[in-house]
Every structure is written in C-alpha cells, then in structure tokens.
Design a protein around this ligand. Structure first.
Ligand code: NAP
Length: 255
C-alpha cells in the first residue's frame, strides 16, 4: 500500500493523538497540527487562522478533521477547515453519533452544520460519528438512570476506522459511520473501574452545562440509534475494544 501524507488536526488531544500515533505506526507521514508546535512532525495550524490551515493542509493526501468544543464558533472553525481542505483528496471528519439527526444538542448541531458543509463542498469525504470516549478516570458520575446502557468508543477504535478510511478511500467514500466499541450501563462501567456510580440530578447537570445536560437528556429520552453488532460485523478488521479490555490495556500502559 502507498504511504500517505495526512494532516491530523487535534493531534495533541485524545482522538487526534490516537489517529496520529496509529497512522505513524502504519508507515504514513503524519503532520500533527497544533497551535504550539514543539516536536518534529508538528505543523502550526489554528482553526481561527485560515491561512495557517491552508499551509498545514498543502499537498496532503488527507486531513483528519476534529473540531474543538468552542460553542457556536465550532461551526465557523469547522467550515474554515473544510474550505481550506478543498483541494485535499480525502477529508475524514470526526463528528458525534447521530449528530446529523437534528438532536437539539448544541455541540451536536454545530457538528451537523460542518458535516453538511463538507458534503456540499467536498467531492470526497468520510464522516465518523464517535460515541462517548471511554475513560478510566475517577468515579462514574452521570445524569442518567442506572439502567440506561451508554454507547462508548475507544479512541483507538476511532483511530483504526480513520486509518482504514484513508487507506481504503473507495470503501469509505462519502459515507457517514457512527462508531461505538461497547454498550454498557453506568453501574457496569463503575464496577469495571472498581468505583461507584452516582446518578446526578438533571437540574444539577444543567447548572454545570446546559449543553451536556441536553446530551444526556437526549440519551435518556430518545436514545442513540447505533447498531453495534452490525457496525462490528461490517468492519471486522477493527479490534473494537470492550470497555473491560480497554481498561486492561490502559492499566498495562501506565505500569
Ligand atoms: N469526549 C467525548 O466523549 C466525545 C465524544 C464524541 C465527540 N467528541 C468531540 O470531540 C471533540 C474533542 O476531541 P478531543 O477530546 O480529542 O479533543 P481534546 O483532547 O479536548 O483536545 C483538543 C484539541 O483541539 C485542538 N484545538 C483547540 N483549539 C484549536 C484551534 N483554535 N486551532 C487548532 N486546534 C485547536 C487542540 O490543539 P492544540 O492545543 O495543540 O492547538 C487539541 O489537540 C469535541 O468536538 C467533542 O464534542 C467528544
């Protein structure tokens, strides 16, 4: 397979970091976009500075695009990145599960606008819709009932799907694929982490963040539409970590 040159946005963060590491492992040339380059392979790029995006994306075979949580600015930043990537052969945009459904969740709807802009203005795109990222930190404190199963995804599985999309562009061309590695309840997550589950009242969640509260209300009242077994059957090349296996792998990395 031909080695590709891919600009990875958010490369200092969770999902971009996983994508950059995996593409490098698979022999591709990775430009790690950051506002503060500090090591070889880093390129300067700021979503608020379109000229910097043009430079960071120039002559790349692909761009992995994520957007930071910037409120309404997320749409402006994402559209600027899509515009700057117009001549890049393949853009893989990481959005959120079911963000295209008119959920009313502010940080999903901003992503939906970026998705529409990408589909309207780019000839070759892939949208990934990751569920909640798996986390190993602290107690499980969520505004959801204990019996509700949550879709979760390992950042490594987002990375594996993004890498496959760049390597098999025809298979992934102009497709939107929601991603989850596992589906389990808050108490099950807490038990695997050796900690407690606490259901936070929704009004307390609202005071913390109306945006995140809207998301958890949607999860509880509507629910995400994502057929996990069908997804895993379609992409058997991806490891699809169970939450238990992912926690074990995390623990092995930190010892
Ligand atoms: N957490 C979840 O469960 C979950 C689930 C689905 C979707 N999401 C979505 O994932 C996104 C966050 O991804 P993440 O957690 O991987 O990110 P993260 O770890 O929070 O890191 C943020 C990244 O954004 C970059 N960034 C911020 N402002 C920037 C700017 N103006 N120009 C260029 N880069 C900028 C930062 O790069 P530098 O600081 O190096 O410049 C950093 O790499 C959000 O949109 C969120 O809604 C999250």
């Amino acid at each position: 397979m031909k080695a590709l040159t891919i600009t990875v946005t958010g490369a200092s963060g969770t999902q971009g970091g996983a994508v950059a590491r995996l593409l490098t492992e698979r022999g591709h040339t990775v430009r790690r976009m950051t506002r503060t380059p500090s090591r070889p392979g880093d390129v300067h790029g700021d979503f608020d500075d379109p000229d910097s995006l043009h430079a960071a994306f120039a002559d790349a075979d692909g761009v992995f695009l994520m957007t930071p949580l910037s409120g309404p600015l997320e749409t402006v930043q994402g559209k600027a990145a899509v515009d700057a990537a117009r001549h890049v052969p393949h853009v893989v945009f990481s959005s959120a599960t079911n963000a295209d459904r008119g959920t009313g969740i502010p940080h999903f709807d901003t992503k939906a606008e970026v998705e529409r802009h990408l589909a309207a203005h780019h000839p070759h795109w892939t949208v990934l819709g990751p569920a909640a990222f798996m986390s190993a930190e602290g107690p499980v404190v969520l505004p959801i009932p204990p019996g509700l199963a949550l879709h979760v995804v390992a950042p490594e599985d987002i990375a594996a799907t993004a890498a496959l999309a760049f390597e098999q562009p025809v298979r992934f061309r102009n497709r939107r694929i929601d991603l989850a590695s596992d589906l389990l309840t808050g108490p099950d997550m807490a038990a695997l982490r050796g900690t407690e589950f606490t259901e936070v009242p929704m009004d307390r969640a609202e005071r913390y963040s109306t945006d995140l509260a809207a998301m958890f209300r949607y999860f509880t009242e509507v629910g995400l539409d994502l057929d996990v077994p069908a997804l895993h059957a379609e992409f058997p090349e991806i490891r699809w970590h169970s939450y238990a296996a992912w926690l074990t792998a995390q623990a092995a990395q930190t010892t």
